[in-house]
Design a protein around this ligand. Sequence first.
Ligand code: NAP
Length: 453
Amino acid sequence: MSAVGTAAVPLRVAIVGSGPAGFYTAEHLQRHAEIAVEIDMYDRLPTPYGLVRGGVAPDHQKIKSVTKAYERIAAHPGFRFYGCVELGRDITVEELDAHYHVIVLAVGAPTDRRMGIPGEGLAGSLSATDFVAWYNAHPDHVTLDVDLSPAEAVVVGNGNVAVDVARILVTPADILAATDIADHALARLRESNITTVTMLGRRGPAQAAFTSKEIRELGEIPGVTLVVDPADLALDAASQARVDEDAHRILGALQEVAGRVPTEKDRVIRLKFLTSPVEIRGGSTVEEVVVVANELVDDGDALRAKATDQTAVIPAGLVLRAVGYRAEAIPGYPFDERTGIIPNDAGRVKDHVGRYVAGWIKRGPQGVIGTNKADAGETVKTLLGDVADGAVCAAGDTDPASIDKLVRTRVPHVVSWDDWLVIDEAERGAGAATGRPRAKFTTIEDMLRVLER
Ligand code: NAP
């Protein structure tokens, strides 16, 4: 019998998840011309691209142009897309095992971390991941109750997601109107009363997770003043000793804006460091956030935030927690609750030849889109090493027609790559009419309706 990966027995790969990690996995596999590979990529949505479509901010269109590279990967012979197919709902891991030589999970980290403080569940206290998905027209989040009638908002966290949501909250709606922001979000933002966004970092500016480019952008929004207290940039000795290149750039960007005073007409983003929320208070909805001042303590590894006894109250009618994404356990796979990842050795699921992971489910919710390139490269190297060792073999029926038939029986409305191109074209066409890159569909039904024409 021929070896797996030859023209007679192409390596059959199921990639679950069509975000950057999924596409870079496909690309790395396609680069190995000496191995015959057939790739089926699954996504639970009709639309590909994961967080590039549902996470990247609408005013960052340049970043989204990475999808051009993904289109080339999808156009490669031996690539098929199965949209609207959810692992665990429409097809089981065991069924994929039976129809492919290997499975690569690249499902990301779809949910968010919690702060674990009283009042977190009040109306008006939202996760930034939900808010991001809402303004990016993710079909699961279009009904999110986002009340922008209050004047003050608090964003918890000092990462790039916190920066994204703070920026979207105060950017003039006319600027956002030229992007692919969801229509419902644009309408709500046009009516917004938000004038002040306070961003809380539990540690200092030298420990911030955001990048200098993103923070600089906050200082350049028309009609918005980024308020940074110059005193916050005077570092303690322990922070000073640990300033690396990234922190140096961030501090430089903050220095440029420190001390700016807003005019009366300006909207404001205020950065508050060494501050943690301890309680969100309100009646039927959020009214204020109780915060505590922190000091930094060296635990040997890093400088951690430790609460002091100084508290304060910040009025706020909206609280967005942007304290990190979190992956979910996948039936049939081990899951480390503490780290929120599937335990793996360089991409191979622990003790499981034939099952692999890439992206945030593999390494946790860290890094930019490009980080997934090297990450997927490592997984593919492990995977192809297992193939070369003869450790990967077919468990059942790897005829591509068999799985195709099974999927179509389960999901008659399955979306192919050509179908996606039709949806894509419809969105672009609708956007062009109003000078926008695209006008996104907000429901799966609307997307599927385009395919019936
Ligand atoms: P992140 O970079 O991990 O930032 C999370 C932030 O939340 C950190 O400041 C963290 O502080 C803070 N935090 C965590 N738990 C907290 C708590 N209980 N109370 C208060 N603060 C808490 O995560 P992210 O912002 O979700 O971004 C995820 C990844 O996507 C990052 O790699 C990011 O760079 C990337 N991303 C990039 C862009 C872009 O390139 N424009 C846009 C969006 C996202 P500590 O540091 O003290 O833990």
